[in-house]
Design a protein around this ligand. Structure first.
Ligand code: BG6
Ligand code: MG
Length: 225
């Protein structure tokens, strides 16, 4: 029986992909490295450090040292945080807020499980923070998705065993992390994933009706493969 729902942040609750893209693109341009939207898609769900390594796959000069890589990540993050200032409460549709409230009213505990170290800033800026019982983010994580750490921390924060949690994700790395944690998986449309999942939804707002219409798939555990 599912008692907790853990939401990925980027690509599920907020659409920061374009900001990540613009910030990585600016760095890539400065370094003369080819970077496009398709490569950016591979960065979904993976940590800042792994994102940089993916970007550098197209760099064919002498290898960069650790210090230079750290500076590059700082540079990208500065640009990204500048762009995040554009985010506002009205970027989150009222229907998404209503869905979170309805899920709470149905008795579910809600958490965020994100690889991002900027999760707190984003949640505060969009006014989403109060909707969640626990935030598990990229700060202090030893392993990033597809390792299950971020979701296991979220379950622990909710006081639930992993088997009583479902994860809403848009990225393959996140779906793999949720499976490795022993949790149910819900894939949002637009997500890039070749893994089998328990449920697919087009929009976050469908979550409540999915719970009702599938004879409480989340409640009974009657997930389809
Ligand atoms: C994830 C994004 O949520 O957070 C990734 O999908 C990103 O693209 C990762 O690399 C880390 O984000 P941040 O904000 O810590 O650089
Ligand atoms: Mg995501």
């Amino acid at each position: 029986m599912i008692k907790g729902i853990i939401f990925d942040l980027d690509g599920v609750l907020v659409f920061t992909d374009q900001y990540h893209y613009q910030a990585w693109k600016k760095l890539a341009n400065r370094l003369g490295i080819y970077f496009d939207e398709k490569i950016n898609h591979r960065l979904r769900g993976v940590s800042r450090r792994e994102s940089l390594e993916i970007l550098l796959e197209n760099y064919h000069g002498a290898p960069f040292g650790e210090k230079e890589k750290a500076e590059m990540m700082e540079e990208k993050n500065r640009t990204y945080r500048e762009l995040l200032k554009n985010m506002k409460r009205s970027d989150i549709p009222q229907s998404v807020r209503d869905t979170l409230v309805q899920l709470k009213n149905l008795g579910y505990l809600l958490a965020v499980g994100s690889s991002s170290k900027n999760a707190g800033t984003i949640l505060e800026q969009t006014g989403l923070l109060p909707y969640f019982d626990y935030i598990s983010d990229g700060n202090g994580l030893r392993h990033s998705k597809p390792h299950p750490e971020v979701f296991l921390k979220a379950a622990e924060g909710l006081g639930l065993p992993p088997g009583e949690c479902a994860v809403v994700e848009d990225a393959q790395s996140g779906i793999c992390a949720a499976k490795a944690a022993g949790m149910k998986t819900i894939l949002m449309k637009g997500g890039n994933c070749s893994e089998s999942v328990d449920l697919k939804i087009q929009r976050l707002e469908e979550l409540v009706s999915v719970i009702y219409s599938s004879s409480s798939a989340l409640v009974t555990g009657a997930f389809c493969k």
